[in-house]
Ligand binder design. Structure first.
Ligand code: FAD
Length: 494
């Protein structure tokens, strides 16, 4: 069966030691590392859901080619119904993690599936790239792998192209070709979940200029490939902070990392694009994008709904939800959720079948979600902060609750409105602060802004593409001008 259990996933992590650096030390036991232990359990839980009769038929299906059961992420959608099956997977996993784990395995599994079903794009440039991406898709599908990706160059001097940086291999580039493959050197970011995945896929983000040829690289390799170093950012939780005090941060941290490639050999059969500026600048838009943007939309909606529900519960717990200023903020949040929900429905209802027979949701609607969420989500967090106010900062710890000397005061002074005792109010406010105040919550805000590129440039690209597609059909303006038709040499008063 090509669907893994949580145990299969964890056994895979144990059997493949990788080079992970965290707070200046090398992590040797990934599964038992306090900072990773709980997030690994959360991912394992997602894999276990594939075997749970309650979810199995909803999130997995039978692969036509192999007859094996696989995740819906690996089934190429051919119809609206297929797209809805994919959505069911995104939604089920997003609900299980409250939308807080953006890079759950479905995100890149869907991307790879879509790259493979768009193999003709690769074939245009090189027949072996097409063959490689299709074989890679089968490898990921049949082993139910968890991938990370790193598309962005390290943030050194953004005013210069890759080949103009101080060191030729600051940005990841090809050093030399050998009979076995390409030796690559340099860094890429921002590989979310890298320490606890199975493989990394690199594909280019547009922006290459002449001279950048060696930096056009798309490939995938196991995360334990010799020479690949994973340098983690500072954790947002120590792994020792109790779940009671940090109900979200202690469970759902997605570790981000910079990947440093120290002369890593990428075998030829794992190369999907190389040394071609045109391919480098178009692969992102012309292969897997619409499909993973669909996952982003479903997951983003779940996260926004979660924030909206947290805000409502906080208001309710302290009896402020009857005040007009609070109601307008909560109403605004509900309308944000409804806007994203409607856009998602439109994206799905207005799907198209592309030239490869793949059903793709409307990119315009999905990109509109992508444009709105970086504003709507930070606003949701601001509303939680505004409504929770000072109370968000004053929650006692679980240890305080256990202290009999303090408990009477806590029960008296920390309760909420009638019916909300101190224990329930404090638990709720801790959850709200994890989401809105802690480093964990701030990363979630930053994620929503930047997870699929710079929203500023993306909006610019969105408008340019929209104009290309729709400018000719801006007929209302022409009609309005025609109805008032005046010739240049005709008197304006007639
Ligand atoms: C929490 C989190 C998780 C992420 N996970 C992943 C991941 O798993 N894999 C992955 O590949 N990436 C990931 N990303 C990275 C994401 O793709 C980048 O952050 C995003 O593309 C923006 O790039 P940057 O951070 O280098 O910002 P920069 O490009 O350096 O931008 C910095 C600022 O300068 C402006 N700017 C820069 N260049 C230009 C220009 N040419 N024109 C106009 N304005 C410009 C930008 O608008 C921005 O305000 C993640 C990011 C975050 C925050």
């Amino acid at each position: 069966m090509a669907i893994r259990t949580g145990k299969d996933y964890m056994d895979g992590l144990k059997s493949r030691p990788r080079e992970v650096w965290l707070e200046g030390r090398r992590v040797t036991d990934i599964v038992n590392e306090p900072n990773f232990r709980q997030p690994i359990k959360e991912i394992a839980r997602l894999y276990d859901m594939q075997h749970d009769p309650k979810h199995q038929d909803k999130i997995t299906g039978i692969c036509e080619e192999t007859g094996e059961r696989v995740s819906n992420a690996f089934i190429v959608p051919k119809s609206y119904e297929d797209l809805m099956k994919r959505r069911a997977l995104y939604e089920t996993w997003a609900e299980a993690t409250f939308g807080l784990m953006g890079r759950s395995p479905d995100f890149l599994n869907v991307t790879v599936t879509s790259m493979a079903s768009n193999y003709k794009f690769f074939e245009k440039y090189n027949a072996s790239w097409a063959e490689n991406i299709v074989n890679y898709y089968k490898h990921v599908r049949d082993n139910d792998l968890f991938l990370t990706h790193a598309l962005i160059n390290p943030q050194n001097d953004r005013s210069k192209a890759a080949h103009e940086q101080k060191d030729m291999f600051t940005h990841l580039g090809a050093v030399e070709e050998t009979s076995e493959g390409i030796i690559v050197r340099g860094a890429k970011m921002l590989a979310t979940f890298a320490p606890i995945t199975d493989e990394v896929i690199i594909y280019p983000f547009p922006g290459f200029k002449p001279g950048d040829e060696r930096y056009v690289l798309s490939f995938a390799i196991p995360i334990d490939t010799p020479g690949l170093r994973i340098v983690c950012r500072e954790p947002v939780q120590s792994g020792k902070r109790p779940i009671f005090d940090h109900p979200l941060a202690s469970r759902f941290e997605e570790m981000d990392a910079v990947l440093v490639f120290n002369d890593v050999l990428v075998p030829w059969n794992r190369i999907f694009a190389y040394n071609n500026l045109e391919a480098g600048n178009t692969v992102y838009a012309q292969t897997g994008l619409s499909q993973n943007t669909h996952q982003n939309g479903v997951r983003g909606l779940t996260k926004l709904r979660f924030a909206q529900q947290v805000a409502s519960r906080v208001a309710d717990a302290i009896g402020v939800d009857g005040f007009l200023n609070v109601q307008t903020q909560l109403g605004e949040l509900v309308q944000s959720v409804e806007t994203i929900r409607a856009l998602l429905r439109t994206a799905e209802n207005e799907y198209a079948i592309n030239e490869n027979g793949e059903a793709v949701p409307s990119f315009t609607s999905l990109e509109t979600i992508r444009g709105i969420l970086p504003k709507a989500y930070p606003r949701a967090i601001e509303i939680i902060q505004t409504i929770g106010a000072g109370g968000l900062l004053l929650s006692p710890t679980g240890y305080d609750f256990e202290n009999t000397e303090l408990r009477e005061d806590i029960d008296k002074y920390y309760g909420g409105r009638e019916g909300v005792d101190a224990y329930d109010r404090v638990r709720l406010f801790k959850l709200a602060w994890d989401l809105s105040g802690e480093a964990f919550g701030q990363r979630l805000v930053q994620y929503e802004r930047y997870y699929s590129g710079d929203p500023v440039r993306k909006l610019g690209m969105f408008y340019s593409n929209y104009k290309k597609k729709h400018f000719d059909s801006l007929t209302m303006v022409d009609r309005a001008l025609e109805q008032n038709e005046t010739k240049k040499n005709v008197s304006l008063n007639k």
